[in-house]
Design a protein around this ligand. Structure first.
Ligand code: PXP
Length: 239
């Protein structure tokens, strides 16, 4: 069965709406793990808009499954990752003005830069994932520069509104998954996945991990975090 890794950034976003101490993404991570999540993800952005350094520090101390730190491939973040030693770092593109991560990394045109960052992290024993669009060429380069895992960006699929566009975007993900599998890369998917659009992934057995945040935190408002996590895991069990 594919693993569910829960992104707790949106819990921190709610906390930052008031600038106080709750809700706490660290407590949310513990509840998600108790409900069966097999990984916790947080994105330490350069502008610290949601997850803060304190959250990362405490998550490193308390997460019992696997901590995945999403970050930009910049010197400040590399330094923090090397000091914190998450189980996995996922390199993502980051723009200050975006609401959320908008697309995959362009490893094709900046491969020397990413090769260097991947090497620096791996030297510290940290596994590295690259968040990339479902493009076989990008996946090939990710493999060539030493990534352990690729996370395929599912945002375009999630945003597609016509059946033809949904099919087209899903087909890109399926082909990219085949490519990653062929290259023996670890394979995860994420961005914009929810309790409805996830159904189409049934049968894509090469995917090892689903990285989901927003839809789980939204559902948690109505049914509680533990149940929201359990419901997503129930869906993944059918895959
Ligand atoms: N994977 C990556 C690389 C992301 O940046 C995000 C969003 O923080 C996610 C997965 C999770 O996306 P969502 O919150 O839409 O489930």
């Amino acid at each position: 069965m594919a693993r569910l890794a829960v992104n707790v950034d949106h819990v921190a976003t709610l906390r930052q709406a008031r600038g106080i101490r709750e809700p706490d993404p660290v407590i949310a991570a513990g509840i998600a793990e108790l409900a069966g999540a097999e990984g916790i993800i947080c994105h330490l952005r350069e502008d610290r808009r949601h997850i803060h350094d304190r959250d990362l520090r405490l998550l490193r101390e308390t997460v019992k499954t696997k901590l995945n730190l999403e970050m930009a491939a910049v010197p400040e973040m590399v330094r923090i990752a090397k000091a914190t030693k998450p189980d996995l770092v996922t390199l993502v593109p980051e723009k200050r003005e975006e609401l959320t991560t908008e697309g995959g990394l362009d490893v094709k045109s900046k491969h020397e830069h990413y090769r260097k960052v991947v090497r620096q992290l791996k030297e510290k024993g940290i596994h590295v994932s690259l968040f990339i669009d479902p493009d076989p060429k990008q996946i090939e380069i990710a493999h060539r520069i030493g990534a352990d895992v690729v996370e395929i960006h599912t945002g375009h699929y999630a945003e597609a509104s016509t059946e033809a566009e949904i099919l087209k975007q899903f087909d890109r993900i399926a082909k990219a998954s085949d490519k990653a599998h062929e290259l023996e890369l670890g394979l995860s998917v994420g961005h914009g996945l929810n309790y409805v659009n996830i159904h189409r992934f049934k049968g894509l057995t090469k995917i090892e991990e689903y990285s989901i945040g927003h839809s789980i935190v939204c559902r948690a408002v109505y049914v509680g975090l533990e149940q929201a996590v359990r419901e997503m895991i129930t869906l993944l069990r059918e895959f």
